[in-house]
Design a binder for this molecule. Structure first.
Ligand code: PGA
Length: 258
C-alpha cells in the first residue's frame, strides 16, 4: 500500500494528567472537533485507566476512540495495582500504549516485558501502540538504528505475521519527549523508513507509524507530510483541546481527503 492510501492517526497520551471535571470538558471538545475531520483521519486518546469509564461514556458514538497507557503482562491474578488488558477491553477501548520510554526508564520495563505486554494487549483485542526510541547519548553514539531496531525486533519475534499487522508503532526519541525539542522531519523520516523496512520484512509494512516527541500545532504538518510518518503520539499538546485539534487538522491537511 502506498503512503497515499494509509489513513492518518493522531493519538493523545495524557500521561498522569487529568481530573474528572477537566477530562469531561476536554473529551467533549475533542469529540466535537473530531466530527469535522475527514474520514481518513483517526483520532484516539489514551487516558489514565481510572478514567476509562468516564471516557467511554463521553466518547461512545463519537469519532474518537480511546485506550490506556500500559497493560499488565498478566491476564489476572495476585498482581496488586496492575490493570489487565481484558479489563481495559471491558470499557470499549481500542488502544494500549506499551513500552513508552517513561515506563522503560522509570519502571525498568525490559524489552522482553514489553513484548509480553504487547501480546496480552493483542490477545484482549486491543491495538498495541508499541513505542521505541533512543536516548540522546545513543543518538550521538550513532546507535539510533541499533537501539530502535532491537526494541522493535524483541516485540516482532514473539508475534505471528498476522499479529504484527495489528500493531501501531510509535517512534519517540527520548530526547524529544516533553523537551520542546522535536526531531526534525528529516531525522524522524529516516528512522521511520528504517522501522518500515523492518516491519516489511515481517509482512507488516502497512502498520501505522506514529512520531512522538514535542509534536505541536506548528510542527505537526511538516512531520506528517513525510512519506513514512502516518500521524503522531501527542503528550503535552493533547491536554489542550485547541492544540490537539490543531494537530488533528494538520493530519487532515496531509491526508488523502485533506
Ligand atoms: P510530548 O510527549 O508530546 O509531551 O513530548 C509525547 C509522548 O511521550 O508520548
Amino acid at each position: 500500500m502506498s503512503k497515499q492510501q494509509r489513513a492518518k492517526l493522531v493519538v493523545g497520551n495524557w500521561k498522569m494528567h487529568g481530573r474528572l471535571a477537566a477530562n469531561a470538558a476536554l473529551l467533549q471538545a475533542v469529540a466535537q472537533g473530531a466530527d469535522e475531520l475527514p474520514a481518513d483521519v483517526r483520532v484516539g486518546v489514551c487516558v489514565p485507566s481510572l478514567y476509562l469509564a468516564q471516557t467511554q461514556a463521553l466518547l461512545d458514538g463519537s469519532r474518537v476512540v480511546w485506550g490506556v497507557q500500559d497493560v499488565s503482562a498478566f491476564t489476572h491474578g495476585a498482581y496488586t495495582g496492575e490493570v489487565a488488558a481484558p479489563m481495559v477491553s471491558d470499557f470499549g477501548a481500542t488502544f494500549a500504549i506499551v513500552g513508552h520510554s517513561e515506563r522503560r526508564a522509570y519502571h525498568r520495563e525490559s524489552a522482553e516485558l514489553v513484548a509480553v505486554k504487547t501480546q496480552r494487549a493483542l490477545d484482549a483485542g486491543l491495538t498495541p501502540i508499541v513505542c521505541v526510541g533512543e536516548t540522546l547519548e545513543e543518538r550521538e553514539a550513532g546507535a539510533t538504528e541499533q537501539v530502535v531496531g532491537t526494541q522493535l525486533d524483541e516485540v516482532l519475534a514473539k508475534l505471528s505475521a498476522d499479529e504484527a499487522t495489528r500493531l501501531v508503532v510509535a517512534y519517540e526519541p527520548v530526547w524529544a519527549i516533553g523537551t520542546g525539542k522535536s526531531a526534525t522531519s528529516e531525522q524522524a523520516q529516516a528512522v521511520h523508513a528504517f522501522l518500515r523496512a523492518r516491519l516489511a520484512a515481517k509482512g507488516a509494512a502497512d502498520v501505522p507509524l506514529l512520531y512522538g516527541g514535542s509534536v505541536k500545532p506548528d510542527n505537526a504538518e511538516e512531520l506528517f507530510r513525510q512519506a513514512d510518518i502516518d500521524g503522531g503520539l501527542i503528550g503535552g499538546a493533547s491536554l489542550k483541546d485547541q492544540d490537539f485539534l490543531a494537530i488533528c487538522k494538520a493530519a487532515a491537511a496531509t491526508s488523502v481527503a485533506g
